[in-house]
Design a binder for this molecule. Structure first.
Ligand SMILES: Cc1ncc(COP(=O)(O)O)c(C=O)c1O
Length: 364
């Protein structure tokens, strides 16, 4: 048997008719940019996340970048975030001119609130918690710190669409919530895409302008912006898929539960608290001889990945920050031990069972 890490064709097969019909409808009208499809999706997505507004953008990275710019973050500002995220969490901070300040994570892969406060100084403007793997960071503790020190929270919710923490959804805690609609995410638009959520009207209006060159209308530019919109066809696809998202997320959770129950005696598996509902965008296990296990599974036809093998502070791109090996021991240790198992809504029970049997076989 072969088990791919992702198989995007399966979802397309399921929704082919609906998607092609939508593409045909939009194409026949020729309204490819900033159409009512985009507005519909923005309304539906805001409602889904439990916030007032959402703004579609070109990708999840720009969702973060524009959020930072919307809060006037730039030179001389410091932004605290986790060192184990995807590179976009870091470059967006650097590219708006601010300094990245990393803070180590906890056993749940999310920023450890206990380590944040000692990094705060007069220059600190914001915290970007990353809801890594689809599990929301400890937002009660982070919100308390932000409130105490008058800091902004921008959620990197790229991996956490639909995840819940004490009955609130990802994207409803910060001044903005930043989502990726990239093909590897639980909600994707068959290409690049992103969306920002907010309850703040001023931020909402700023985001609508910055994604569209800074234009206030067809002819008048208020400030130099960017061209990074969510295309109408992609918004149409997102509107279709949003209807299925909870069903898919439940399947991710079902698979995760099975993996956890079957594997917890062999490996370190993710834990879940009763007050939260992670969506398991990634199911990450930890094991000392991770590379041996990866190789063994590969030989059995099972594809796995490492999300991510190099912590952000150790990339050449971060060399100006002068971090060293050992600065973030938890993130660094995890980077050597983590392994992402295949998990997606279309994965069959047989395939999941096969992954589990092969891992058990490895330990025999
Ligand atoms: C945690 C995190 N932040 C940001 C991004 C960037 O999103 P995009 O690839 O849509 O630009 C991603 C997606 O890969 C991500 O996983």
């Amino acid at each position: 048997m072969e088990v791919q890490f992702v198989n995007l064709g399966l979802q397309y097969k399921e929704l082919k008719e609906e998607i092609l019909e939508k593409i045909d409808y939009i194409s026949s009208r020729g309204s490819y940019v900033l159409s009512e499809e985009v507005e519909d999706f923005e309304k539906n997505f805001a409602k889904y996340c439990g916030v007032k507004y959402s703004v579609g953008v070109g990708n999840g990275s720009d969702a973060i970048f524009f959020s930072l710019l919307s809060q006037n973050i730039g030179k001389d500002d410091e932004i605290i975030t986790a060192p184990n995220s995807f590179v976009a969490t870091a470059w967006t901070i650097a590219n708006c001119g601010a300094k990245i300040v990393f803070s180590d994570v906890g056993e749940d892969y999310n920023i450890n609130p206990h380590k944040i406060e000692k990094l705060i100084n007069k220059k600190t403007k914001a915290i970007i918690p990353v809801h890594l793997t689809g599990k929301i960071a400890d937002m009660d503790a982070i919100s308390n710190i932000a409130q105490k020190h008058n800091l902004i929270i921008i959620e990197d919710a790229a991996q956490a669409v639909g995840a819940k923490y004490k009955d609130k959804k990802a994207g409803s805690f910060g001044i903005t919530g930043c989502f990726s609609l990239h093909p590897l995410k639980n909600l994707h638009v068959n290409g690049d895409g992103g969306v920002v959520t907010t309850n703040d009207k001023v931020t909402y209006h700023y985001l609508k302008k910055i994604r569209n060159h800074g234009l206030v209308n067809r002819d008048e530019c208020e400030f130099w912006g960017y061209n990074s919109r969510l295309d109408s066809i992609k918004a149409g696809i997102a509107n279709i898929k949003l209807k299925y998202l909870d069903k898919w997320n439940n399947r991710f959770r079902q698979i995760a539960l099975y993996y956890r129950n079957e594997l917890e005696d062999f490996l370190e598996v993710p834990k879940e608290n009763s007050f939260e509902k992670p969506i398991y965008h990634r199911f990450i296990i930890q094991y000392q001889k991770r590379d041996d296990l990866k190789k063994f599974l590969f030989e059995k036809g099972i594809e796995t990945k490492i999300n991510y093998p190099i912590p952000l502070h150790l990339h050449p791109a971060a060399s100006d920050l002068e971090y060293r090996i050992g600065d973030f021991p938890v993130a660094e240790k995890q980077a050597k031990r983590i392994l992402s198992l295949p998990i997606y809504a279309e994965l069959s029970d047989n395939e999941v069972e096969y992954v589990v049997q092969c891992i058990k076989h490895f330990f025999k």
